[in-house]
Design a protein around this ligand. Structure first.
Ligand code: G6P
Length: 372
């Protein structure tokens, strides 16, 4: 009913709008006044978390993209090696697991069969499993050694939005917590990240307030057949997520690429007027990558692409090559997906509407897939 949708036409719109609160709720009570992580709810002994020598993340769909981003954070902040694998592939390749492996299973519903089978396999090999989940008491947390709930609130639309942002926040919390316990890289950088994480809900809100031009742009693209997405570093999984949203909702051919791979194949796809969304890393942190992405935008534009550039406020280098420019607030590099994903969700939702598709219940998809 309209009341359930809180005055929005679709649950997806409501859930996109709820993201600042969802993100704040995931952080609630998990960072103390001194800026230290308090995740005692993660009931895996500290000694196990200290002695773990590897992290393996398993998940499906949008949750898998959260896992891909988590890898950057975990390796950077903890210096533990981290693998990310599609849950449906995981157990069939006989993965190397032992009691020093920390497996993180990410799932909104907590009922995805592929993810459940992956974690069962991991536990059989003696690995410890931490679930990151949005649904209290669901199967995946019940079968895991510990759980960190995302507290996004119920997500009704099939295409995941607020669950994704909160999965990211939960992954950052776990990465920072592991770093804190293990005493790796604990210093000013981490303190600054925690401070910025505490403020991120407000930044997500600011992005939401500036989405009207993104909607207007989406409506002009309703008759396109293909949209490409490019990103680099954590912007690469963001590009994958942007493409997935467009497939799920707009039923359009969409692909995400790592921008550095462009020259190894995908650039052959560029043709006159092809929309290409580019997620640009901050010009501050990874400035080398920033320069490379700006060259990519230049290259594809020279070949006729219509460039839709998502770039930090104050990034002037992209301006000459952007047909459409979407501004996002400056964040530390690793946190950028929390703000960069939002315009891509809005873009896909609006394109779906413009094409007359059922936004909350896309064809052929289910909210939770309980078969392998
Ligand atoms: C389904 C949904 C996706 C979701 C995936 C994983 O395919 O349509 O939106 O990302 O399952 O779901 P989970 O509940 O495990 O996060």
């Amino acid at each position: 009913s309209a009341a359930e949708k809180g005055g929005y036409d679709y649950f997806m719109l409501k859930e996109i709008a709820e993201q600042p609160k969802a993100v704040a709720d995931t952080l609630l009570g998990r960072i103390d006044a001194e800026g230290a992580l308090t995740l005692d709810e993660v009931r895996i002994p500290h000694s196990v978390l200290r002695e773990a020598d590897k992290v393996v993340i398993v998940a499906c769909g949008t949750a898998f993209h959260a896992g891909l981003i988590a890898k950057y954070a975990i390796e950077h902040w903890t210096r533990m090696p981290c693998e990310v694998e599609l849950a449906s592939e995981f157990r069939y390749r006989d993965p190397i697991l032992d009691p020093r492996t920390l497996v993180i299973a990410i799932s909104q519903s907590g009922e995805t069969m592929d993810t459940l089978m992956a974690l069962r396999h991991a536990r059989e090999q003696g690995a410890k499993v931490l679930a990151i989940c949005n649904t209290n008491g669901s199967t995946i947390p019940r079968e895991s050694d510990a759980v960190l709930y995302t507290h996004a609130g119920p997500e009704v639309a099939v295409a995941s939005t607020k669950a994704f942002l909160t999965q990211l926040v939960a992954c950052y919390l776990v990465a920072l917590y592991l770093g804190q316990l293990r005493g790796t890289k604990w210093g000013d950088e981490i303190r600054a990240v925690i401070r910025d994480l505490s403020r991120i809900a407000g930044e997500v809100e600011r992005v939401l307030e500036t989405m009207e031009p993104v909607r207007a742009l989406a409506r002009t693209l309703a008759d396109k057949r293909t949209v490409l997405f490019l990103g680099r570093h954590v912007g690469y999984p963001v590009a994958l997520e942007g493409a997935l949203k467009l497939k799920e909702l707009a039923y359009m051919h969409a692909e995400g690429f790592a921008a550095g791979e462009l020259k190894h194949g995908p650039i052959a796809l560029i043709e006159e007027d092809l929309p290409v969304v580019v997620v640009v890393p901050s010009p501050r942190g990874r400035s080398v990558l920033h320069g490379k992405i700006v060259s990519n935008i230049q290259e594809i534009r020279a070949r006729g692409a219509r460039t839709i550039v998502i770039a930090e406020e104050g990034d002037e280098a992209v301006v000459p090559y952007a047909d459409h420019l979407v501004r996002i607030p400056a964040t530390p590099t690793l946190l950028q997906p929390l703000v960069a994903t939002v315009p891509l969700q809005v873009f896909a939702c609006e394109l779906a509407t413009a094409r007359g598709n059922e936004v909350d219940q896309p064809r052929n998809l289910a909210k939770s897939v309980t078969v392998e």
